[in-house]
Design a protein around this ligand. Sequence first.
Ligand SMILES: [Zn+2]
Length: 423
Amino acid sequence: MFKVESKINGALGRAGVLHTSHGEIKTPAFATVGTKATVKALTPEQVRDTGSQVVLANTFHLFLQPGERVVKMAGGLNRFMNWPGPTITDSGGFQVFSLGAAFSSEKSGGTKRKISKIAKVPADENIILDDGQQGGGGLAIIDEDGVSFRDPSSGAPHRLTPERSIEIQRSLGADVIFSFDECTSPFAPHEYQKEAMERTHRWAERCLVNHRNKGESKIRRITREILKIEEEKEINPTQQLFGIVQGGRFEDLRKDSARVIGKMDFDGFGIGGSFGKADIDEALRWVNIILPEEKPRHLLGIGEPVDLILGVENGADLFDCVIPTRMGRNGGLFTKNGKINITNSKFKKDFSRIEDDCRCYTCQNYTMAYLAHLFKAREMLAATLASIHNLYFINNLMSEIRKSILEGYFPKFKDEFLKKYKS
Ligand SMILES: [Zn+2]
């Protein structure tokens, strides 16, 4: 299903094609994030016109609302959101574990804690956070079988297990789905990272079994075969399951995780967890030198231009991130010289384009002064036009990287881009 077309000389990076039942994804590629089965402020046609090949939606959000059954009844994610191209769903793991941070920041009197921390405790004990603070029943709680958590808005209790995550993703029907993993704080100690990683490995095995059996138990399958009952029709019978490599910032754990997950029968791999800006390329090399070369690799949650270039060079094929759209909605715009903020007063009377040579719809039709005015007036079109430019910028960057790999001048492309781009 994945084919490597060309490699970067002396590096782990490559260009390839990932085939799905909703069309091919030419890699390296950036997956546009449509968290709740919509890319905020854009119609699917506008998303397509920015050069986006694939949309990634979040299992956790769709599970809470409208519920995976509604999406299944609609005929799957594609039909529900009217996006005809390839789709990806994450496993819900990251969002569930982030709940720990959300709840703990509330409890610590509004002090924002950037890093999620999930307490692991026996069910009958109080939750103790890593800073020694006593937590309450509102946190996500992890055990060997899965995670219990509360809906952040309604407070309703829920439970996610590896099997449940795969079942939900099967109902959503995306082309690429992910195994359920435990995301840890990058500052978690080695001992905890190791424990969480080993649990993630056991969960990966369970996800594979559920995916292979399509969620059907052995007894149920035999009964169905004896009674000649037809198998339930799947939304997407060619769904590809990616396993997730964890291990935090520790070299031994990352390598161990790549070896264990790499040997399992996954269609591709996700590389999860947090990375520091300085160590992203090194951590990727540890992992990608071990993962099987013939399968695709998705670096989860990364989308800054410089990180994309380093990510590709070090063997990642797919990326996703909310940055282009979230930053756009706040007036942040990508340019080849770095980021600008259109709300800055210096753009008020600037009747030039964001970038003269950009071929996006926004740059073809609007000036910076007009965009600055839309943001100042809090007009909805501001978010649309800014998101269009940013997505086009990132998609165009990915296709330029791809071209440079296919035609053998990636190092030159990288040097020239990094020389200009001030992050
Ligand atoms: Zn543009």
